[in-house]
Design a protein around this ligand. Structure first.
Ligand code: SF4
Length: 250
């Protein structure tokens, strides 16, 4: 599997889940490298914004920001070794994130099987941008999908970021929770359109402020929370950003 590299090893770390219905729960995170999207505000840009790619990023405006040499930010690991590293934390909740984990679902399915062989009650969350339908075996193995379709504020053409068959699949899956990143009040109209088009239940939609710092979150969170209250959506903060900012591995 191609995983994000952190220091000399893979980005596998013990922390608390900062987003979604599992927010606050201790969890081991394992981060896939590679993504089929390129959101302009992505905070894990080191999983896809490689040298030689044409994609823009908001950070291009920051002096000194540069695309990443692929070899410096990627590490290959087989599923058995990934399972061994995850199991070493002894934590019964694992979050497979990215990047886009469904690009490497065979490897992660192998890893999940190995972990469950040692820890049968382990709970697996998978974070996905909802542009791929998981295989039946993978869908069966995962306890919870944290589905994050991208709105226009991510800076890509709709045909790239919205895959109707995949969105219908997740909307019909009771263990899928939809998390939309909101930047402005105008984003709500898009969320409502997607909710109606794909019949996503209100109770499985979370709205999360866009922001890579507590200050950025604070600009959006108050009005977004009020909109959630008034419209019937769940509000979702970014606890890990508030606790640790953009620090990796915590
Ligand atoms: S889908 Fe997720 S990982 Fe991929 S570019 Fe967008 S925010 Fe980043």
């Amino acid at each position: 599997m191609k995983l994000a590299k952190l220091g000399a090893g893979p980005e596998i770390f013990h922390t608390i889940q900062g987003e979604g219905p599992g927010a606050g729960a201790p969890a081991v995170f394992i981060r896939a490298s590679r993504c089929n999207l390129h959101c302009v505000w992505c905070d894990t840009d080191y999983t896809w914004n490689f040298q030689g790619t044409p994609w823009p990023h908001e950070k291009d405006a920051i002096p000194g920001y540069a695309k990443f040499p692929k070899a410096d930010v990627t590490i290959e690991l087989d599923p058995a070794e990934a399972a061994r590293l995850v199991l070493a934390f002894g934590c019964p909740r694992v979050v497979i994130t990215g990047g886009e984990p469904l690009l490497q679902e065979d490897g992660f399915l192998d890893m999940i099987g190995r972990i469950r062989g040692q820890m049968p009650d382990c709970y697996f969350e998978v974070e996905t941008n909802a542009t791929r339908i998981p295989s039946p075996a993978f869908a069966e193995a995962v306890d919870q999908f944290n589905v994050s379709p991208k709105l226009a504020n991510a800076g890509m053409a709709e045909a790239l970021r919205l895959v109707p068959d995949a969105l219908r699949f997740f909307a019909a899956s009771p263990n899928s929770w939809f998390k939309f990143v909101v930047s402005t009040p105008a984003d709500l109209a898009e969320v409502q359109t997607l909710r109606a088009r794909f019949h996503i239940p209100y109770e499985r939609i979370l709205l999360m402020p866009q922001g890579r710092s507590a200050a950025e979150l604070d600009r959006t969170a108050p009005w977004l929370a009020e909109l959630c209250r008034d419209l019937g959506f769940r509000f979702c903060d970014r606890l890990h950003i508030r606790l640790w900012g953009e620090r990796r591995g915590v």
